[in-house]
Design a protein. Structure first.
Length: 221
């Protein structure tokens, strides 16, 4: 298959598997999404979705959030991990949103990245999922699959993002980044990977990945 044929096959397969695409993190507006994505760093979406209702019951906007102390925020979000850093970030960015943006979340990635505890991936998720602005946030699933499929060299997420934006049509970025995440979770996991279910990697995957997988299966037997 040519590179274009592999890309087209991937897009077509993902669209067939995920015609409707659920957003993993529960939220109601850009602010609640920003907080949820921030909390998801080195945690799971399931855990974050268990905690955010408790946090948002007390404060679901920056004005109410700054009424809470950093310690109060930390006590609620402890189960998601990194609570000292995240609680300071949540309180700090909420104050900045009030002081600088009239309590609203900015739509520009560059402005979002200036907020405490908000990195490029978090900013990209927010502009993509909250505002519908084309972006391609790269998480561990996307980084892994872009390498397995031979679309990126796997060196770092920055390069993976550049490669994804180069090979996929911009109009599909927002859908594709979510579709690839779901596909990675369901069909191409990092652990317990069953290649027989992974139709995309089986069809277009790089030979080194397929060979390594075969060797691993033989070793296990």
């Amino acid at each position: 298959m040519t590179k274009k044929e592999k890309v087209d096959f991937t897009i077509r397969t993902l669209q067939e598997l995920y015609p409707t695409i659920p957003v993993p993190l529960i939220h109601k507006d850009p602010y609640s999404l920003l907080i949820a994505v921030l909390l998801s760093a080195q945690s799971t979406d399931v855990r974050v979705n268990q905690i955010t209702p408790k946090l948002f019951a007390k404060a679901d906007n920056p004005y109410d959030m700054i009424k809470m102390s950093i310690e109060e925020i930390r006590e609620i979000i402890k189960p998601v991990g990194l609570s000292p850093m995240k609680s300071k970030g949540i309180h700090g960015l909420s104050q900045i949103l009030i002081d600088t943006y009239e309590g609203k979340v900015p739509r520009e990635i560059e402005l979002l990245e200036e907020l405490p505890s908000v990195g490029h991936k978090t900013a990209s998720v927010v502009v993509s999922q909250a505002f519908g602005i084309p972006a391609f946030p790269v998480d561990t699933h996307i980084h892994r699959l872009m390498y397995r499929w031979g679309f990126s060299n796997g060196k770092n997420v920055t390069q993976t993002e550049k490669d994804a934006k180069r090979i996929f049509p911009k109009r599909l970025w927002n859908d594709l980044h979510l579709q690839i995440i779901w596909y990675g979770r369901e069909y191409s996991q990092a652990r317990g990977w069953d290649l027989e279910k992974d139709i995309i990697t089986t069809t277009i995957g790089r030979k080194t990945v397929l060979n390594d997988y075969s060797k691993t299966k033989k070793t296990r037997k």
